[in-house]
Design a binder for this molecule. Structure first.
Ligand SMILES: *Cc1c(COP(=O)(O)O)cnc(C)c1O
Length: 329
């Protein structure tokens, strides 16, 4: 294993299933479609951060930390999964969240509370700065905080998706499948960076195509250009990357991060009805809307095989329920 030299602790339920979506493929008259179910990683309703947290929590424990700090939006899936992983390992967890606290503790916020995390509202202050302030307070109270950046997207976290690519490559080989593309929601870049490193190291020749949920193509690529080589370096891999390795679609950002529009609604309702699979309003619904559009506009041939990598986000459905229900024609 490429990743075996770095310590990880068990957090996620692995391997996640790789499942064919025959009905969706038929509906679209499109390519052969599979879904990689990282919404089923466990960790208080699953998601992609579980894989990153295997390496991040290991590092926290190695450093002798007793408290984990991280940042996010109010409905951050990353924060909820961090709270769950901290609970599994007996660590305190403080979440520094954007805004001043909603009236409604639903979705991920409810779970953060149940999982025993303390929530610190950052108002409009930059999240990283607020986290540094909380870290100083914690240290002066005699504690040992371990800081995780937004989305768990540093080179340590990205290792989770290098390992995930090894897992997928094994599943493809076992079933004698070839994937022409992997499509998924990309935001803080750790997932995509790990996949890119894994793909290059394993000689995976499909496209690793991130659907940006917030940033412009150039903004996300800048992050990847930094994170990808740093991640390869931890593993001692001597790889070279070029522009063609950083595939980003930024056409589906709509009204911006976390603003659900008609394309997300359509994608959520279609995939639920046709496949019995839930995707979320912020990430996977947007990525699925992007995939539907790419298929409809002929970006993938009907003879191709495409994997939708489901990154989770299910609790946010409950925070956006009203907008979804009202969309019933
Ligand atoms: C965090 C998240 C992503 C994006 O992953 P990054 O590594 O931040 O790019 C995608 N989907 C869901 C559901 C997430 O919570």
């Amino acid at each position: 294993m490429i990743t075996s030299k770095v310590r990880r602790v068990p957090v996620a339920y692995l391997p996640t299933p790789l499942v064919e979506m025959e009905r969706l493929s038929q509906e679209l008259g499109g390519p052969r479609l599979f879904v990689k179910r990282d919404d089923q990683t466990g960790l208080a309703t699953g998601g992609n951060k579980a894989r990153k947290l295997e390496y991040l929590i290991a590092e926290a424990l190695d450093e002798g930390a007793d408290t984990v700090l991280t940042v996010g939006a109010a409905q951050s899936n990353h924060s909820r999964q961090t709270a769950a992983a901290a609970a599994m390992y007996g660590l305190r967890c403080i979440l520094i969240l954007q805004g001043s606290g909603p009236a409604d503790w639903s979705g991920n916020l409810l779970l953060d509370d149940l999982l025993g995390a303390q929530v610190h509202w950052a108002g409009d202050n930059p999240l990283h700065e607020s986290m540094m302030e909380v870290a100083v307070e914690e240290e002066s109270a005699g504690r040992h905080p371990y800081l995780i950046p937004v989305g768990g997207s540093n080179p340590t976290g990205a290792l989770g998706y290098v390992a995930a690519m090894e897992e997928l490559a094994g599943q493809l080989k076992e079933r004698d499948l070839h994937a022409d593309a992997i499509v998924f929601a990309s935001s803080s870049g750790g997932t995509q960076a790990g996949m890119i490193v894994g793909a290059e190291a394993l000689g995976f020749d499909g496209r690793v195509a991130g659907i940006s949920v917030a940033r412009t193509k150039s903004g996300l690529r800048e992050i990847l250009q930094e994170l990808v080589p740093q991640t390869a370096e931890i593993l001692g891999l001597d790889l070279s990357f070029d522009e063609t390795d950083f595939v980003v679609y930024d056409d589906y950002v709509g009204e911006g991060y976390g603003v659900m529009g008609a394309p997300e609604r359509e994608a959520i309702r279609l995939v639920a009805r046709i496949e019995g699979i839930l995707v979320d309003p912020v990430y996977t619904g947007r990525a699925m809307a992007g995939l539907l559009d790419l298929i409809r506009s002929g970006a993938f041939g009907s003879g191709e095989t495409v994997i939708f990598w489901h990154t989770g986000g299910i609790p946010a459905l409950f925070a956006y329920g009203e907008g979804l229900i009202k969309a019933i024609p």
